[in-house]
Design a protein around this ligand. Structure first.
Ligand SMILES: [Zn+2]
Length: 264
């Protein structure tokens, strides 16, 4: 009889402890994932770093080897994916250095080739480091932590810039459009737009983005970003950030809302 009473007390205690663990678990359980995108300040060029749940992707490597220091600054240890939009120097200038410095899961591009020394150095580095290569076509998609990466265009166009790989990254309700230097982007909607071709005058927009991120060098000789493009973005009501004025721009998304931080 006495033994039975003790057992009941014991069971009650165990029950209360289990309940506390379950309730506590729900209170601290956060089902949403984070995704961070940095438009790195690489001067006149493009380099965009994306991270979600410990998975890293770099889209373009800027004009110079400075990219390596920037990746270390953001505590990159490896790249699950390294994608280049097109083989112009302002996008692949730092590519060979990145390939030699960091372990890379897959390197991918449109398959477009170039005759420059910079392009040759990148290919040599890919071969010597024995990196897996993937030629992209529109419709390709893969996951990066809690985000999905989709190829909207790749190698489709009449010139180097238009042939850029165009990526759309979807993080639940928030979308990011990364068009490289392809200015024909009217068909695609996005929450956050990395403005194509450093904000040159050729931009035509379909649906307005909430935020426009421009990667351009301070006082660059091309006059990027063009006043016409800034006016167009403003007329669409987009919030504008520029690496030439703001330094590196960081967007942190929880899938429902996002916050933007700038270096300056
Ligand atoms: Zn460019």
């Amino acid at each position: 009889m006495n033994d039975e009473k003790i057992d009941l007390k014991y069971l009650l205690r165990v029950g209360i402890i289990l309940l506390a663990i379950i309730v506590g678990g729900f209170l601290f359980w956060n089902p949403s994932t984070e995704m961070t995108l940095h438009v790195l300040d690489v001067g006149q060029g493009d380099a965009i770093l994306i991270e979600s749940e410990g998975k890293w992707m770099l889209f373009d490597a800027g004009p110079r080897n400075r990219i390596v220091d920037l990746l270390y600054q953001y505590e990159v240890t490896h790249l699950d994916y390294f994608v280049t939009s097109h083989p112009d120097a302002d996008h692949i200038g730092g590519a060979a250095a990145v390939i030699r410095e960091f372990p890379i899961g897959t390197y991918a591009d449109s398959g477009a080739k170039h005759t420059t020394k910079i392009y040759e150095n990148m290919i040599t580095a890919l071969v010597e480091e024995d990196i897996a290569y993937s030629e992209l076509t529109s419709g390709n998609r893969w996951t990066l932590g809690g985000a999905t990466v989709e190829v909207l265009s790749s190698g489709e166009g009449s010139n180097n810039n238009d042939e850029s790989v165009v990526l759309r990254i979807t993080h639940d309700d928030i979308t990011f459009l990364l068009p490289g230097d392809r200015e024909k982007i009217r068909d695609w909607e996005t929450t956050i737009l990395v403005v194509p071709h450093h904000g040159s005058a050729g931009l035509r927009l379909g649906k307005p983005p909430e935020v426009a991120l421009i990667s351009a060098g301070l006082n660059n000789r091309y006059g990027h970003p063009a006043q016409a493009t800034l006016d167009l973005l403003e007329s669409f009501g987009a919030e504008i950030y520029r690496t030439d004025l703001n330094g590196t721009i960081t967007v942190v998304s929880d899938g429902k809302k996002y916050e933007i931080f700038t270096e300056k």
